[in-house]
Design a protein around this ligand. Structure first.
Ligand SMILES: Nc1ncnc2c1ncn2[C@@H]1O[C@H](COP(=O)(O)OP(=O)(O)O)[C@@H](O)[C@H]1O
Ligand SMILES: [Mg+2]
Length: 252
């Protein structure tokens, strides 16, 4: 796929009928993620997210912080289309997720997900854990194993493809989860406290991987309690009681 930002657009140069407004989406690339007045309510009207407006640019690295229960995971789940908002819209690349018919295709191909607990298949070697998410994609059967091995090498697990998850440390297991999340070349990497159960050295390695992925142009949304991890992002969004309490731009 060509990168629209690489060549100057000619849309502005072409004169159009004056009575017709120019199509909005062609002039600039839409945001990677946009939340428009998003509310998520649970029983008795409790709002886990309360009319949130938020834009995340293409290729941005955003950290989401805030106290336990403020709505961080809820927000990630809505962006990943694992759940739907009670009101408001979630747009990805300018498209409202409600209008996407093939949501499992969206989750599989567009989004990479990393959770605090990696959810690896315990009785499968790690190479199979990475391969499994390529089922149902265009990656040919014979290429899947090679790609899984290559991804494991990228996360410094070359030579350990046939280990079971239980034969690895917590940090190594989380690196398998990152490899798995990258298998289908997602445009959007969503991580929910991925370093939450790791020692600081393992956490630093996971963060280094996210930085590498971000450097390839992938949009990264990282939920974390750890302010030293959040400091690596371009922008930090602090949630409180389901609202954006503060935004801090860490990088220019
Ligand atoms: N399925 C659910 N049913 C009812 N309440 C929920 C559900 N999921 C989350 N909540 C509540 O919504 C709030 C936000 O949860 P969550 O997004 O998981 O917070 P965080 O990830 O910031 O710790 C919490 O008060 C939580 O108890
Ligand atoms: Mg959470």
């Amino acid at each position: 796929m060509s990168d629209p930002s690489a060549t100057p657009t000619t849309f502005g140069a072409r004169p159009g009928p004056t009575d017709e407004p120019a199509p909005r989406a062609v002039a600039a690339r839409p945001d990677a993620v946009e939340l428009r007045r998003v509310t998520k309510s649970y029983e008795r009207g409790f709002r886990a997210l309360d009319e949130i407006d938020l834009r995340i640019a293409q290729g941005e690295f955003v950290a989401v912080t805030g106290p336990s229960g403020c709505g961080k995971s809820t927000m990630l789940h809505l962006i990943a289309a694992l759940d739907t908002p009670t009101s408001g819209s979630v747009l990805v690349d300018g498209q409202d997720l409600l209008t996407i018919h093939d949501l499992s295709g969206y989750r599989r191909n567009h989004v990479g997900l990393v959770f605090q607990l990696h959810n690896l298949l315990a009785n499968q070697p790690i190479v199979a854990n990475v391969e499994v998410v390529m089922f149902g994609t265009r990656t040919a059967v014979h290429e899947r194993r090679a790609r899984a091995s290559e991804l494991l090498a990228q996360v410094d697990l070359a030579g350990r493809e046939h280990r079971l998850p239980t034969q690895l440390s917590g940090g190594e297991r989380q690196r398998v989860a990152v490899a798995r999340a990258l298998a289908n070349r997602p445009r959007l990497l969503l991580a929910d406290e991925p370093t939450g159960s790791l020692d600081s050295a393992s956490a630093a390695r996971i963060l280094a991987l996210f930085k590498q992925v971000h450097a390839t142009g992938v949009t990264v949304v990282l939920v974390t309690h750890d302010l030293s991890i959040a400091a690596a992002a371009d922008r930090t969004i602090q949630l409180r009681d389901g609202k954006v309490a503060e935004e801090v731009r860490t990088k220019p």
